[in-house]
Structures are given as C-alpha cells and as structure tokens.
Ligand binder design. Structure first.
Ligand SMILES: [Zn+2]
Length: 260
C-alpha cells in the first residue's frame, strides 16, 4: 500500500509537469507535443535535466538557466499538488482497478481548474477525452468485477447531474456555462461509481466551497457580484473532496446509531 502511494505520488509529479504544458497550450490552441517546452523569455528549449518536476525549479532557484529570468512558482506548485493528490487518491481508493479512472479524473480536474481560473473556460478537448477515458475504464472495471449495478448507478448519476445543469444553463446561461454542463457528466459518472451519497457530497462540497470563496472575495473587495465565477474550479475542488472523503464520511454516517 505504501509502495503504491509513493509510486502514484511520483507518477503525479510527472503528470503535473505535463499538466503545466496542457494548461498553457490548450486554451491557446497550440500543440501539446511540439515544440518542446521553452523559456517564455529567451525561448531557449528546456533541457531534459532542467525538466525534472519540482527539483529542477528548486535547483535553479526558480530561474531560467540561460537568461536567469524568473520562472513562475506555479509550475512546481502544479507538479507538487498533482503529486500529493495522486498519493492521497491512491491511499483513499486503494489498490483496485478503478484507481486508474480516479487518477485520470484528478489529473484532468487540476488542468481544468487552472484553465477555468485563468480563462473562464473548460475546453471540450479536455472534457470529452476525460469522459471517454473514465467511462471506458469504469466499463472495464464493471466487466472485471461483475459490478454492472455500480456502472448503472454511475450512469444514472451522470445523466441526472447533466440534466440538472442543462436546465440551469437553459434558463440562466449567465450563471452556469455549458462547459460546466459537459463536465457534470464526467463528475456524475465518476462519483456515482462510488455511490449516490458521494455524488451528493461532491455537489454540496462544490457549492459550499464556491459560496465561501465567492463571498470572501466579495467581502475582500477582490471581485464584484457581477463578475463571472470560474465555477469549474469549485466543481473540481468539491469532486476531489468527495473522492477523498466521501466514502469514509458515508461509512461513519451509516455506523452512527439512530442514523436512519
Ligand atoms: Zn530564459
């Protein structure tokens, strides 16, 4: 178990490094494979040895090797966060086949949250591949474990959440973008596989985090009431909370006396 956790955390660092590329290039419609990463200031290609997640940034004191211009701390932070989230996800989900689906989802959510934060956009070119990957992998799990009932619950949750957001978007497109509607399919599916209760936890955690952060920003006069909110950021945060804490919260709930 510890080995799996460490392995996933290291994998997360590498995936986070790739997420940095996605976060920068996908909204700008640039290829994510070519050219290789370069310093935004002097355009020197970044060598293999300077591309080690987190470590390179620390060794180079957050500066480009060639022109010494500062490199944003966001890059190592995205790598570190993805590493930590992968480790936590492996710990919570455990050594089961479905862990793969949750690692894919967590990686996608980190990229989507940062793109939404910067651009108020949840690119289809990330959401759809994530949907197909998660759905495909959960299908593999359903076949392997014979858990068709779980897959059916997941599908129903996906369609229900989608229908709710579709209606909200239809009646109030300003308050909920269609990117969030598309994303809800993925979230309903992935959380639904863990149980209906986990879907509710994800949904409420998203809105609670959104309300607390949104009201704090308004109180701190960092944004006005009319500014659009990057709702995808809160959906991503709430979903990750639900993956990590949902099943254990529900287990406690069921073990409380007089809970029913
Ligand atoms: Zn440079």
């Amino acid at each position: 178990m510890t080995l799996l956790l460490i392995y996933c955390a290291i994998l997360g660092l590498a995936v986070g490094s790739f997420s940095n590329v996605i976060i920068y290039r996908v909204p700008r419609h640039l290829s994510i494979v070519r050219p290789r990463s370069a310093c935004p200031n002097c355009h020197h290609a970044i060598a293999e040895r300077d591309n080690i997640p987190v470590i390179s940034w620390v060794l180079l004191h957050g500066r480009c090797r060639h022109c010494h211009s500062p490199i944003s701390v966001r890059y190592p932070l995205v790598e570190l966060s993805t590493g930590i989230l992968f480790g936590l996800t492996a710990w919570r989900v455990g050594a089961h086949l479905d862990l793969v689906a949750y690692l894919i989802l967590v990686a996608a959510l980190v990229s989507l949250a940062l793109i939404d934060l910067e651009q108020l956009l949840l690119p289809r070119s990330i959401v759809y591949p994530t949907l197909f990957a998660v759905a495909g992998w959960l299908l593999v799990c359903a076949v392997h474990y014979g858990q068709w009932h779980r897959l059916a619950v997941a599908a129903i949750c996906a369609v229900s959440w989608f229908a709710l957001f579709f209606a909200l978007n239809f009646f109030s497109p300003r308050s909920l973008g269609f990117g969030d509607v598309r994303l809800s399919l993925v979230l309903g599916l992935a959380l639904g596989w863990l149980g209906v209760g986990v879907v509710f936890i994800g949904f409420f955690a998203s809105n609670l985090i959104g309300a607390v952060v949104g009201l704090s920003l308004i109180a701190a006069k960092k944004r006005t009431r009319d500014e659009p909110i990057p709702y995808g950021v809160y959906l991503a945060a709430g979903t990750i909370v639900a993956i990590l804490l949902g099943p254990v919260l529900l287990a406690h709930w069921h073990s409380w006396p007089n809970a029913h």
